[in-house]
Design a protein around this ligand. Structure first.
Ligand code: EPZ
Length: 429
């Protein structure tokens, strides 16, 4: 087993580049299933979730080839996928986003069989809205103990209304509808940057999707989708995580290869803490010299403050001067990591969906766990600003979503390394 060991207290200086967006990549790769020709996807992040979804497609019969030996540029030829059934349960169980195969296979074959997916399980993660969208288009759904079966006689474009705004259900509805005859209108669609990226990718293959990024997405079904070369947007949450890391540790870092508008809500909250954020065309500079000020944060679907930045901000605000309040309004519960922060001396009281944070001057290094991807990122941020040594176990969750995190943080001056350990010695964590 490996853990991260951080010797906290170094301020961060220099430049760091952001990789392609995980949550766009894990939808765009399954979307290639819908194409009748090979596609080249560029700016793929080199992370576990991407290698798993590529392996799933290969298992289904697709040919996957690195272009010029570069992992971030991959050609996917879906023509060998001839079955609507996904049989690699183990791989599918490794990642939540494999549910996008439901929409993609339904769109391609009019039916799908996909094992239940795994992934970050910080709370109950329903898919009723995904199924509702498929049923609206004319599919029959059958939930078996270990898989989901979709079938249809004839799919037809229809209006789909979501009573809860859902990223996954919006993406899946787009995937399912893009080749379905007629007009599908998705009302109360999610508006995250990765929704727009998936729509742009599908349109590059010849789809007819309008309105992505607004509440209403209109899709006119097309018969065929063709090859394209498409570059994935930068990862909003990876960028936000480095921004929060600089704010927590202090210093002055240029965060490159970002779309600053995607970071607006994060930038606004960092400015509330007294952190300076300068925006350039494709970069942001984060400077933190003075004591952090407390602030209140409420997570909301885009363009609100992203839930995937909530744990990192709770870690950051743990050392802000005064009392901060963080409300989680997207997921029913996403505070299970707070006891880990308390081990480092954080003073946080949970009350329902709200965390009340009484800022301390400094946290203290401790042995903690990464309970999921973003909770793990929060531990890294806490460790960078803390006094002394922080050891983070279960780093596999962090590495599912952050490309080369050790190398990137080391390059801006953090003292962080990966250490192999025997689990039985460390079970006091
Ligand atoms: C995506 O998950 C992201 N995952 C999550 O990021 C992110 O936290 C979430 O969107 C919200 O932004 C991927 O893109 C792979 P939702 P998703 O459907 O699509 C409720 C990370 O750290 N809901 O937008 O599964 C649900 O309970 C991960 O990178 C239903 O009620 O999230 C939640 O309260 C973790 N029924 C709300 O909608 C449904 O059928 C939003 O969830 C689906 C969702």
């Amino acid at each position: 087993m490996d853990k991260f060991v951080i010797n906290g207290g170094n301020k961060l200086y220099g430049e760091v580049s952001v990789s392609g967006a995980k949550n766009a990549a894990v939808a765009i790769i399954p979307a290639v299933v819908l194409s009748d020709e090979p596609c080249v996807i560029e700016n793929l992040p080199k992370i576990k979730d991407v290698s798993v979804i590529l392996a799933i497609l290969e298992h289904m019969g697709a040919k996957v080839r690195k272009v010029d030996g570069d992992d971030s540029r991959v050609e996917i030829d879906p023509r060998g996928i001839t079955s609507h059934k996904v049989t690699c349960e183990k791989l599918v169980g490794d990642m939540r986003a494999s549910y996008y195969l439901l929409g993609a296979l339904l769109g391609k074959f009019g039916k799908a069989v996909v094992p239940f997916s795994g992934g970050c399980s910080f709370c109950e993660r329903p898919i009723d809205l995904h199924l509702k969208a498929f049923e609206t288009l004319g599919a029959k759904t059958n939930i078996c103990p270990n898989r989901i079966e979709l079938s249809s006689e004839r799919l037809e474009g229809r209006p789909i209304y979501f009573d809860v705004v859902s990223v996954g259900a919006t993406m899946n509805a787009m995937l399912a509808a893009v080749k379905v005859p007629g007009r599908t209108i998705i009302d109360r669609a999610a508006k995250e940057p990765h929704i727009v990226d998936l729509a742009n990718f599908l349109n590059s293959m010849g789809a007819n999707i309008k309105g992505a990024g607004t509440d209403v997405i209109k899709i006119r079904g097309v018969e065929k989708l063709h090859s394209c070369t498409y570059s994935i947007i930068p990862d909003q949450i990876e960028a936000g995580t480095y921004m929060a890391a600089v704010a927590a540790a202090g210093g002055n870092v240029l965060i490159k290869d970002v779309i600053p508008e995607h970071l607006d809500s994060i930038t606004a909250k960092l400015r509330d803490t007294g952190t300076l954020v300068e925006e350039y065309d494709e970069a942001v500079r984060v400077v933190r010299e003075n004591t952090l000020k407390s602030c209140n944060v409420k997570t909301m679907p885009h363009p609100g403050f992203p839930t995937d930045m909530q744990p990192q901000f709770v870690a950051l605000l743990s050392t802000a001067n005064g009392r901060s309040r963080v409300m989680e309004c997207v997921w029913e519960s996403r505070f299970s990591y707070i006891p880990q922060l308390r081990k480092m001396g954080a003073d946080i009281i949970e009350n329902g969906n709200t965390a009340h944070i009484y800022g301390k001057q400094r946290l203290t290094g401790a042995k903690v766990r990464a309970l999921d991807l973003r909770a793990g990122a929060a531990m890294v941020i806490a460790g960078l600003s803390a006094e002394g040594i922080t050891e983070i176990a279960d780093i596999k969750y962090i590495e599912r979503g952050y490309e080369k995190i050790i190398e990137k943080l080391t390059s801006i001056g953090a003292d962080i390394r990966r250490v192999t350990y025997k689990e039985d010695i460390e079970d006091d964590l």
